[in-house]
Design a protein around this ligand. Structure first.
Ligand code: IMP
Length: 195
C-alpha cells in the first residue's frame, strides 16, 4: 500500500521506514511535490496530527498519516508537550530547548517524564488515531550524541542510557513513535486483509 507520511523531518522518515519495512511504500511530502509548510496550529498533539493528515488528504488526495510528539514532564504539568519543538523559541533549537528544560529542573528531584506520540491516519476520508508512550526521566545533563531533539536528556525506564546513547534500532523498539507505529502497522495489516 502507498501512503504519504506528512513530514519533512528526515530523522523521522528514516526511523519509520526502518520500522515499516517494505510492506508499505512510504511516500514523503517531496515525493508528492508538496513543498509547502503544513499547518500545525492546534493546542493538542491529537489536534495537530489530525490537522496535518487532513491537510494532505484534502489537498493532495493521498491516503496519509501524520504524527505529533511531545515531551511531557510531570512536574511542569506536561510541558513542553505540544510546544516541544519551539519551547525555547521559534528558531526550534534542540540545544536551547534542552538547556531550558535542564534549567527549569535544576533544583527539582522529581524528573519523571514521558514522550507521547499521536498518529493520525486518514484512509479514504476515514480517520484513526494511534498513541505511543514511553515513560522515563530527564537526566541531570546531556549524554550521548545520536538521535535528535531531547534524546540526550531522556532516559527511558528500565535503561541506564539516554536515547542518544542507544542504537536507532534499539530506540525504535521501545520509543513513543515506535510504539505508535507498531499500532499503526497492526491496523494497516488488518485493513489490507479485509479488502
Ligand atoms: P514532532 O511532532 O515529531 O515534530 O516532535 C516535536 C518535537 O518533539 C521535536 O522537535 C523534538 O524536539 C521532540 N521530539 C520528537 N520526537 C523525539 C524523539 O524521538 N527524541 C527526542 N525528541 C523528540
Amino acid at each position: 500500500m502507498e501512503l504519504v507520511f506528512a513530514t519533512n523531518n528526515q530523522h523521522k522518515l528514516q526511523e519509520l521506514q526502518a520500522i515499516l519495512g517494505d510492506e508499505f511504500k512510504l511516500l514523503s511530502l517531496k515525493d508528492i511535490d508538496c513543498n509547502e509548510e503544513i499547518p500545525e496550529e492546534q493546542e493538542t498533539l491529537e489536534g495537530n496530527a489530525t490537522q496535518k493528515a487532513k491537510f494532505v488528504f484534502d489537498k493532495y488526495g493521498y491516503n496519509c498519516f501524520a504524527d505529533d510528539t511531545g515531551l511531557e514532564i510531570s512536574v511542569l504539568n506536561g510541558e513542553p508537550g505540544v510546544y516541544s519543538a519551539r519551547y525555547a523559541g521559534e528558531e526550534k533549537s534542540a540545544e536551547a530547548n534542552m538547556n531550558m528544560v535542564l534549567e527549569k529542573l535544576s533544583k527539582i528531584n522529581d524528573r519523571k517524564a514521558r514522550f507521547r506520540t499521536v498518529i493520525s491516519l486518514i484512509i479514504n476520508g476515514d480517520e484513526k488515531q494511534f498513541e505511543g508512550i514511553v515513560d522515563g526521566e530527564v537526566l541531570m545533563k546531556k549524554r550521548g550524541d545520536s538521535g535528535f531533539g531531547y534524546d540526550p536528556i531522556f532516559q527511558p525506564e528500565g535503561f541506564d542510557v539516554s536515547f542518544a546513547e542507544m542504537e536507532l534500532s534499539e530506540k525504535n523498539k521501545i520509543s513513543h513513535r515506535g510504539r505508535a507505529v507498531q499500532k499503526l502497522v497492526g491496523y494497516l495489516k488488518t485493513y489490507d486483509n479485509e479488502k
